[in-house]
Design a protein around this ligand. Structure first.
Ligand code: UD1
Length: 345
């Protein structure tokens, strides 16, 4: 049976591109819309080299409803949306809150508005463990209380979840799966696609691989006096390909009418808490490359520890993040080396 077409917004971005690969490999025709604000067209070449298929691509901004109307007119066979199109830098969101609210919320509202009139049945939404703030208890389940967001970025994720919920409760004939990602890391094992941070990376793994490459002098470990076994913060680092696969499962379940309710929420993590220092160790053991690092003061706004209880996703979606951290680190390193070969970084 032919699979329905999926619209992937933000599909040339980091998680989006890995998801397009998995969708195409599972037989879904894809159309991507992306404004290339934090990615580039060459990502399409990487996707094509891995899958043998070049996804259809529309360069455009989802905050512009006319662009989306045209897209749905051109692709009348879209049945599902996976919405990655959003800005995601915590610090930048504090400096440019309106840009964050506009980008992230207008995009979502436009998509929701256009779904039913265009025969689109369901939307998968990229949320984040940031909605749990600093949790009182780890691991966190989907029922762990939501804490007040500490940044406009985090707030857009909470508000987006509310918008989707209110819209569906109003009786809108659409379904949604909300996926709360923990910390996505790594790259495709082919090294054809991966994370391409703009400028100096904020996130740990791109900073780490750039330091290993000699692009950065040393990695600062932000704090070693937290209430954790080695004093550094603890996260749930999830391999980006595992994460991508969860989207394929989620959209398949939703579009085949298997959802238990019109909105389903899943944590996407490994269930394992790994500290910043442990992650550096894992990288060094997997690659044999030393990462110069030193302990630096805590970073404002950081969560001390958070990791997922992924039981719901494991049992209901039948999905599990099972890539060993050593493989993930090796893939991240190979991607960094590929960027060097290509003269990008
Ligand atoms: C943050 C956001 C998350 C968002 C994600 C992606 C919060 C609480 N979390 O995750 O919602 O989805 O970014 O943009 O706002 N670290 C270092 N040195 C570095 C960089 C990071 O020690 O050079 C440490 C941090 O202090 C932290 C850990 O590594 O303890 C992970 O940091 P990072 O990769 O930035 O992700 P989060 O802050 O967990």
């Amino acid at each position: 049976m032919t699979k329905p077409r999926i619209l992937v917004t933000g599909g040339t971005g980091y998680i989006g591109s890995h998801t397009v690969v998995e969708l195409q490999q599972a037989g879904y025709p894809v159309v991507i819309i992306d404004n290339l604000s934090n990615s580039n067209r060459e990502v399409l070449d990487g996707i094509e080299r891995i899958t043998g298929t070049r996804p259809d691509f529309v360069e455009g901004d989802c905050t512009d409803i006319a662009t989306l109307r045209q897209l749905f007119a051109d692709y009348s066979d879209i049945k599902g949306i996976i919405n990655f199109a959003a800005s995601k830098a915590v610090g930048e969101s504090v400096e440019k809150p309106l840009m964050y609210y506009r980008n992230n919320l207008d995009t979502l509202i436009n998509l929701l508005d256009l779904m039913a009139p265009n025969g689109v049945e369901g939307i998968v939404f990229s949320s984040s463990c940031t909605v749990y703030g600093e949790p009182d208890i780890n691991p966190v389940t989907e029922n762990t209380p939501i804490k007040k967001a500490t940044s406009p970025y985090g707030n857009t994720k909470q508000i987006s979840e509310d918008i989707i919920t209110d819209f569906i409760h109003s009786g809108a004939p659409v379904k949604s799966v909300i996926l709360r990602y923990f910390n996505p890391v790594g790259a495709h094992p082919s090294s054809e696609i991966g994370e391409l941070p703009n400028g100096v990376p904020n996130n740990l793994v791109p900073y780490l691989t750039q330091t290993a490459m000699g692009i950065r002098k040393e990695l600062s470990v932000f704090g070693d006096d937290y209430d954790t076994p080695d004093g550094s913060c603890i996260r749930d680092f999830i391999d980006v390909v595992d994460l991508a696969k969860a989207h394929v499962t989620a959209i398949g379940r939703m579009l085949s009418g298997k959802s238990e309710s019109a909105i389903e929420i899943f944590n996407l993590g490994t269930g394992r808490g790994v500290s910043v220092l442990e992650l550096i160790d894992a990288f060094e053991s997997a690659t044999g490359v030393k990462v110069p690092h030193r302990i630096a003061p805590r970073r404002a706004g950081d969560i001390e520890k958070v990791w997922a209880d992924p039981t719901r996703a494991n049992t209901i979606l039948g999905w599990k993040a099972d890539t060993p951290i050593a493989d993930t680190m090796l893939n991240a390193w190979h991607w960094q080396q590929r960027l060097r070969q290509r003269g990008i970084m």
